[in-house]
Design a protein around this ligand. Structure first.
Ligand SMILES: [Zn+2]
Length: 272
């Protein structure tokens, strides 16, 4: 087995599988199964938090990515290579307080309400990024990489961190010298005007009830999955390891607010 088989990209929240490995996780116990519906925190781009729930009836207190090779097994921040590096086995580790025996078949149950809140936050995060790209497009004075809708990709060019929360997200963008050199002008940025224009676009996209799906090339943890949304302007897609709603209308109302601090722009996205 080179990877835990994962079913969260299709939206699964339950499963049954065999415990194939038990590893120490500090003073706790890490359990690896053949297959899991649990979404672990990604060590390379930790945007969506780990799922909550139970394994074999025990509360899963944390769920992390692990990489194993001849050099040993490393978890989370201790992983010395990037996500999906060759020569490593990529595993989902369910962290629990008491051990369960290797070989046992167990039920895996994800907290569906918490997952739904994160999925809504994650879809809203991607839509807000695309809307921000569109609104900021006139500020680019040089050719730059574009997003799937054809707008200069401010999001991918300037982002430094993205955190998905329950029914929301916080994305931070660096507006420093390197972005200016790439041709982006942040001069006289009217944050209220930009947020208003982003919110108009989001309202339109939610009302369009656009289908959302994740393209899954293979069921391994580190497969290169892609988020898709068939918006009125065209089919948007963004590389993504997380979970999502299945239609934009499920989001209700999505709004953003923007804050500027030093040379960083923070976008707070909320699903109401
Ligand atoms: Zn994503």
């Amino acid at each position: 087995m080179n990877s835990t088989v994962v079913t969260f990209p299709e939206g699964q929240v339950t499963g049954r599988s065999q415990i194939v490995e038990a590893v120490p996780a500090g003073a706790r116990h890490g359990l690896v199964t053949t297959e899991t519906p649990f979404h672990p925190l990604d060590h390379t781009w930790p945007d969506q938090p780990a799922d909550r729930g139970t394994i074999g009836g025990l509360p899963v207190v944390d769920c992390v990515t692990a990489a194993e090779s001849d050099a040993g097994l490393f978890m989370g921040d201790d992983i010395p290579v990037r996500r999906g590096a060759d020569g490593w086995r990529w595993l989902v580790v369910h962290v629990v307080d008491s051990p369960l025996p290797v070989g046992e078949e167990v039920d895996l149950v994800v907290d569906a309400d918490y997952r739904a809140a994160l999925s809504a936050g994650h879809t809203a995060c991607h839509l807000a990024a695309l809307a921000l790209n569109a609104v900021l497009a006139p500020r680019w004075r040089k050719e730059t990489a574009t997003d799937a809708l054809g707008n200069p990709d401010f999001d991918q060019t300037a982002i430094t961190s993205s955190r998905i929360t329950e029914y929301g997200s916080v994305d931070v963008y660096r507006l420093g010298k390197s972005l200016r050199k790439k041709g982006f002008s942040a001069e006289d940025l009217d944050l209220a005007q930009v947020a208003g224009a982003v919110n108009e676009r989001l309202k339109h996209w939610v009302a369009a009830d656009a289908p959302v799906w994740v393209d899954v090339p293979d069921p391994t943890l580190t497969a290169r999955r892609t988020w898709h949304c068939a918006l009125p302007e065209g089919e948007a897609h963004i590389p993504c390891g997380g979970t999502h709603v299945t239609r934009t209308c499920q989001l209700g109302t999505v709004t953003v607010s923007l804050e500027l601090e030093d040379a960083a722009l923070a976008m707070h996205t909320r699903v109401l």
